[in-house]
Design a protein around this ligand. Structure first.
Ligand code: FES
Ligand code: FES
Length: 154
């Protein structure tokens, strides 16, 4: 039987009825049309499904939608600011940090979560924050450089 949950997604409060076995990834992608959240392994290994839940980067494939009841979620669709691209998005473009782009939303959300807690991270801290995000195109160096640049510009 479906359960009614209330949550905030990208600043918008909503109520949705969800099956008890529905993951947050599947709620976002297939029921709410927020396909920027990618589904890679569906096992908690790749980080492609990363979103921010109450300030913390989480693998949304490991979170049941019912566990998001009462939470605030940020997906890649909610990262852009009123003035345009988020500085992280612009830095990924400027540094050539995007190849196929599949890992990019998860990378940006992990980086955003890091910068909210630690605005000026060093390289080791950036790499640690991205340790759960895999890039099969292996573009890690450019991704790290982009995030470090955003931290330096703050
Ligand atoms: S799809 Fe969630 S960690 Fe890979
Ligand atoms: S850019 Fe292709 S997986 Fe990272």
């Amino acid at each position: 039987m479906k359960k009614l949950i209330r949550l905030t997604i990208n600043g918008e409060e909503m109520e949705v009825a969800v099956a008890p076995n529905l993951t947050l990834t599947d709620l976002l992608r297939y029921e709410l049309g927020l396909t920027g959240t990618k589904k890679g392994c569906d096992l908690g290994d790749c980080g492609a499904c990363t979103v921010i839940m109450d300030g913390k980067a989480v693998n949304s494939c490991l979170v049941l939608a019912v566990q998001a009841d009462g939470k605030s979620i940020t997906t890649i669709e909610g990262v852009e600011t009123g003035k345009g691209l988020h500085p992280l998005q612009q830095a990924f473009i400027d540094h050539g940090s995007i190849q196929c782009g599949f890992c990019t939303p998860g990378m940006i959300l992990s980086a955003k979560s890091l910068l909210e807690k630690n605005p000026h991270p060093n390289e080791a801290e950036v790499r640690r924050a991205l340790s759960g995000n895999l890039c099969r195109c292996t573009g890690y160096q450019k991704i790290v450089e982009a995030i470090l640049d955003v931290g330096r510009a703050r």
